[in-house]
Design a protein around this ligand. Structure first.
Ligand code: GLC
Length: 409
């Protein structure tokens, strides 16, 4: 289930902006007149696009779902919409790309989430008055009309939520000028099980921290998003790429607290996911696969110097990438686990309950669980997870409760 067992997804920003390979918002950021920008649609031909390849790549990399940009701020539609001519089936490519993607997702058990931008820089009735992610003023010839625009949006989401199979979540982008509950009501009436994000026509079901992993605790469902590159979500030729390690660290922060994570790639204008983005994405996904059990259906605990998750009789210790030490004293735990497993690899970690001199004031001479031979040197920069199974986890959790400081969440 999305947000329960399916916690890591691949965000895909793909559109005609990939041609200039600069940024998905180039029309606005570079002040390109609509009459110029739309010429990209006449030459858009992602001949290397292969839905099967994208979906299998996502799946092999550990992603359990895909979130796809059906219409970004530029207003260009990546499906065969009856309500506009500004769409993928009117390009040299001709095919309904979303349909192929949705079918491939279905074939391979990958869930689909749809992204749809509220701002629209093309449709003649959309509102562009310099608001958030709106053009500074309407395009020549436009006739802005909020009511007609909402009708257009409703017509389009009806297509998206009727013709493309089961849609698991709906990702609105950039809250519209005016909220209108009837829009999400329509979404829910078409796909009753769907989850809706908080950037649309009402507060929706889940929050969407963007390029921000600092949240300390989630009061509602959460899906954080980030891209493999710093500059752009759409394909960018000279992108500044994050290291897999920095992304793993960010993904870990969100996952252990119960949030979902969408990691974005931007295919190039031929429809290929760039090699570098693919390498980064799979490195993060491979880590996710290894530590998966430690973040699914678990509860987050911060106790003493460490962060844990727990479920059943297991306690998972999450060591941050910067941990950098071959041992750890897990105060206040003084119970020996019956088994201990390192999730990142095959290395064996030794453990004992013993008195250690870490408490320099000499007042605390009690014994604690001490882990040895943590392979920090080998997994340098990678968050490490250690699973500890106890006969009676309740006893361990009780020790956390007795901690006198207030760091226990
Ligand atoms: C921001 C950007 C947009 C991008 C989105 C992804 O809202 O404006 O270009 O698609 O983030 O969450």
């Amino acid at each position: 289930m999305l947000f329960k067992t399916d916690r890591f997804g691949m965000f895909i920003h793909f559109g005609i902006y990939s041609i200039n390979a600069w940024h998905e918002q180039e029309q606005m950021r570079l002040n390109i007149p609509k009459s110029e920008y739309i010429k990209n649609a006449d030459i858009f031909d992602p001949y290397n696009f292969n839905a099967e390849e994208w979906v299998l790549f996502a799946k092999e990399s550990g992603a359990q779902y895909i979130c796809f940009t059906t219409k970004h701020h530029d207003g260009f539609c990546m499906w065969d919409s009856k309500f506009t001519d500004y769409k993928i089936t009117n390009t040299p490519f001709k095919r309904d790309l979303l349909k192929e993607l949705a079918d491939a997702c279905q074939r391979h058990g990958i869930k689909l989430e749809l992204y749809y931008s509220c701002p629209d820089w093309n449709y003649k009735h959309s509102v562009n008055n310099g608001g958030s992610h709106q053009l500074p003023k309407p395009n020549p010839g436009d006739e802005p009309n909020e009511a007609l625009y909402i009708q257009y949006v409703k017509n389009q989401i009806t297509e998206l939520l009727t013709n493309y199979g089961k849609i698991y979540a709906f990702f609105w982008d950039i809250p519209p000028v005016r909220r209108d509950k009837s829009v999400n009501e329509l979404v829910r009436s078409l796909q009753p099980h769907i989850l809706i994000n908080d950037r649309g026509y009402d507060e929706g079901d889940y929050s969407t921290p963007e390029r921000d992993d600092s949240a300390s605790n989630f009061t509602r469902l959460c899906e954080a998003c980030q891209s493999v590159g710093y500059q752009s979500w759409g394909y960018r030729k000279n992108e500044d790429y994050f290291t897999p390690q920095s992304l793993i660290s960010s993904v870990s922060k969100i996952l252990i607290k119960g949030g979902n994570y969408l990691l974005n790639v931007g295919p190039d204008s031929t429809g290929k996911i760039p090699q570098k983005s693919a390498e980064i994405f799979s490195a993060v996904g491979n880590w996710y696969k290894k530590i998966y059990n430690s973040i699914v259906n678990t509860k987050y605990i911060k106790a003493g110097d460490f962060e844990y998750t727990t479920k059943n009789n297991s306690l998972f210790l999450h060591l941050p990438a910067a941990f950098g030490c071959s041992g750890a004293v897990l105060k206040p735990i003084n119970i020996l686990p019956k088994a201990l497993t390192f999730l990142n690899g095959d290395e064996k970690i030794d453990y004992k309950v013993e008195y250690t001199p870490v408490d320099y004031n000499g007042k605390d001479n009690s014994s604690h669980l001490h882990l040895y031979n943590i392979p920090a040197e080998k997994y340098i920069g990678e968050n490490m997870v250690i699973q500890m199974d106890f006969d009676n986890i309740a006893e361990v959790l009780d020790l956390f409760k007795n901690e006198t400081d207030d760091r226990i969440l």
